[in-house]
Design a protein around this ligand. Sequence first.
Ligand code: UTP
Length: 224
Amino acid sequence: MRIVLRIGGSVVASPVNTSLISKYAEIVRALKEQGNEVVVVVGGGALAREFIDIAKKLGLDEQAQDELAISVSRLYAQLFLKKLGAIGCKQVAVTLDDVIEYLNEGKIVVMGGLKPGITTDTVAALAAEHVKADLLVKGTDQEGVYNKDPRKHADAVKLDRLSFDDLASVFAEHKHKAGIHQIIDPEAIKALKRGRMRLVVVNGFKPENILAAVKGENIGTVIS
Ligand code: UTP
């Protein structure tokens, strides 16, 4: 299977969790040993947001802010790649063509951000579309997708299965809340819909969830 794994910066990098990073390296290695091709997309987490703030205070525009955040995500990608060793691609992928090239070399592909104005969710969805992935798994800081923001509502209910259209309506209801941490952004949903891909959102603090999702077990939220 071709799998894109999106690891939230909020999971491994806010603060940096080295034992979790090591576990992810083992999981990715196991997936490759099982015969899968894997693309890993890592976010910039708290440090990226810190750089965005610094850039803002210096009066830099949004493009510059994003470029700095992308650099931070690529730094984490480089770190993960080094931890993977020889099974990883020769350098952090910075274009979608790099992703194909490095997959064809039989390597695990690791990347951070791609271009200003998007999130790493969208990067993962675009990469998945580009390589015709079978599955995109997002490791996030919640158990899956809920009917409302679980941090604010104690009665929020986790949804086990959703269609992409359902997902769009879950977000539409919450759109008015500025700054809401969306579990997967709308641009990413569009790319996934175009590529007719399956997305599983799981709790990324338990990396074994990734293996369960690949096996097709009932875990997190499955969106298709
Ligand atoms: P994310 O919000 O996607 O990273 O990118 P994250 O830390 O993994 O997010 P969580 O874990 O889901 O919370 C951080 C910021 O970096 C810029 C955007 O400003 C984005 O909000 N970015 C990232 C880009 O501009 N382009 C990219 O390709 C990636």
